[in-house]
Design a protein around this ligand. Structure first.
Ligand code: 0WD
Length: 262
């Protein structure tokens, strides 16, 4: 079992379709003890059955747009776990009007701020609040998307926020390396979740992905979860500051082989 004796906090599980749900399942299977945060009361009812299936009873409210909420949540966690071995940041948000239409026309100062605050800064904020409680050999993990690197319709300011999140991963890795805390990101291929349905024409993105990716398909939350479990385990002790793609190979293909084959 990859994660035996590891205590890991999972942030950003909104419902059973969340990538964080796939991560929780894999981590539980690999022997991790899990705790969860939820954004607000409304999402707690979705989280409860999933936490139960992972034998977790630690469910803590945490809105990452608010430092007091983050500090309170980590304080509460420290009453249950004196120390822990890392967290998963599976959180992203931009106002809906930012994710539909031509980038230059729809992007606003406020939309930009919110997207970067919730989708990137919150990773630093959680690391800052957790640092006093993190064991040697801890691992922090976030979820990013290829829109950080290449453009696509409607993803807009989230692409900029993901570029920031990826730089954040590298700077946190450099900053926490001397404490033997590793920091990594998974760049997941598109998966139909609540957050994804906020991006206009998401279904077309899924089809395009399957047409281009060498494996000829999209990926599942479970596949992302398995890589998350590996990256947070001591088997990945030499990996930090990396963006690992779990996208059926989409990012390496400039032109799919199928286009020249019958
Ligand atoms: O195709 C996809 N689904 C991909 C998602 C491909 C590649 C990356 N990702 C990323 C997302 O950008 C995000 O960072 O994975 C992460 C998880 O996203 P998800 O699993 O696709 O989406 P979802 O199940 O909606 O979970 C994201 C959750 C929020 O859900 P909603 O949809 O209610 O906004 O992030 C949480 C919330 O639970 N969240 C917050 N948590 C605490 N405080 C906050 C907040 N202020 N805002 C959003």
């Amino acid at each position: 079992m990859l994660l035996k004796n590891k205590k890991i906090l999972i942030c950003g599980l909104a419902n059973k379709y969340s990538i964080a749900a796939g991560i929780a399942e894999s981590m539980h299977r690999e022997g991790a003890e899990l705790a969860f945060t939820y954004q607000n009361e409304r999402l707690l009812k979705n989280l409860k059955p999933i936490a139960k299936s992972c034998n977790s009873t630690i469910l803590i409210e945490c809105d990452v747009s608010d430092d007091d909420s983050i500090n309170k949540a980590i304080g509460e966690l420290s009453k249950k776990w004196e120390n822990f071995d890392g967290f998963v940041h599976s959180i992203g948000f931009a106002p809906a009007d930012q994710l539909e239409g031509n980038f230059v026309d729809v992007t606003t100062r406020d939309g930009f701020k919110i997207a970067h605050d919730i989708s990137s800064y919150s990773f630093t904020a959680l690391a800052k609040a957790s640092k006093p409680y993190l064991n040697d050999s801890s691992a922090l993990l976030t979820l990013t998307y290829h829109g950080s690197t290449q453009t696509l319709p409607n993803y807009n300011v989230m692409g900029l926020a993901k570029a920031s999140l990826e730089a954040n991963t590298r700077f946190l890795a450099a900053s926490l390396g001397k404490e033997n805390i590793r920091v990594n990101a998974i760049s997941a291929g598109p998966i139909k979740t609540l957050a994804a349905s906020g991006v206009k024409n998401f279904r077309k993105m899924l089809n395009h992905h399957s047409n281009i990716a060498p494996l000829g398909r999209t990926v599942t939350s479970e596949e992302v979860g398995n890589v998350a479990a590996f990256l947070c385990s001591d088997f990945a002790s030499g990996i930090t500051g990396e963006i690992t793609y779990v996208d059926a190979g989409f990012n390496i293909a400039a032109m799919p082989l199928q286009e020249v084959e019958d």
